[in-house]
Design a protein around this ligand. Sequence first.
Ligand code: SF4
Length: 435
Amino acid sequence: MQKIYLLSLGCPKNLVDSEILSALLGQAGFALVASPEEADTLVITTCAFIQPAVEESIEAILELAQLKNKGKRLIVAGCLVERYKEKLPPLLPEVDAWIGFRALPYLPEWLKKDCLPKLALKGPGWKDEDYSLRIPSHPFSAYVKIAEGCSNYCRFCTIPFIRGSLKSRPIKEIVREVERLAEMGIKEVVLVAQETTAYGIDIYGRPALAELLEILDKTGVPWLRLLYTHPKRIFPLISAFKRCQHLTPYLDVPIQHVDDEVLRSMGRGMGEKELREVIWSFKQELPQVRLRTTVMVGFPNETEAAFKKLKDFLAEVAFDHLGVFKYYAEEGTAAYNLGNPIPDEIKEERYQELMEQQFQIVREKHTRYLGQTEPVFIERVEEGYKGVGRTAWQAPEIDGEVYIIEGKAKIGEIVPVKILDSYDYDLIGKINKSS
Ligand code: SF4
């Protein structure tokens, strides 16, 4: 039996692709192994949306390529292939095949027949049956991809060129997948896409995320979580949050910036006034919903005054979670022509300033949680603790966690935890038996 080692880099959307590919390879009779040394074939699904991700992918390829003298095949799949299909193959002859995400469904057959093409980009992408074979990497939490691609074309972003324009999955297919995950005992379903709030525009002629959420709310999954929304489309979600009892009180809404000029140059489709209105309305209507945002510093026309405006806005809204990116001029994007005039040191200073401010915001918020009891989803065990989990307003991998120091709970359970203390971005608590 041929043995395959699969390494998944990058975001949850890539992880879903890797999980589907694992299932298809298993079905085709291949054995998936945990270490590259014992494999006959090495497959790496890559990320390439910004330069650090590209570098990380290339480093991982080179590392695996060192094992090639033992007669292994090396296959690179995912975003790096789509982005650098012309440039990279001649530079990395160690790679036996470059497979784009649309051609991935063919990979098991090509491996079986030993007829791997050097470069393959065309194909149907995943079919619904492929999604239904998938075994999530975590036994109790799973990402569900509701759409592929993005049609927003924000001027700094490579995603629409890598993953193509928006392609939503039909509601009934997503519902079937979530029902199957619920039957498997999954406690948390995290809905992902490049931009989840655009869901449905291509196939239903209107954004249909709120409708989808209301249907998924009836599937019996205890926690439904939403990532990657666009602020210009979050209004319809207010009623969904009010009606869906399983939707976690958490919204990931990357704003990128708040200054009018910067937003216009970024092509975000909304200005400061509209952005302020939508964020404040959301907060007023749904005070229990914790907000996460992502912003970018060092965009070519971000002046000191524009940066100050961003910093003040983040302090004013006091987002519960914040991610800050430094701008990279990415070849092929519209913003690339604007150059990259802001020096790296300034970008780093701005990044640090925002992170320090956020740290104070989080510390202050954490003091308010002390003594409160929150449902916590136990995800893993760690030496010295009774368990480690997340509240409903902490997403996997990107937000803080809750370390349990007293009480008993099993992985996969959602238990009441009294918050006792905090540590940087994490919380410390004990299982509250009296709840
Ligand atoms: S909405 Fe997100 S994925 Fe789509 S183009 Fe803009 S930044 Fe990129």
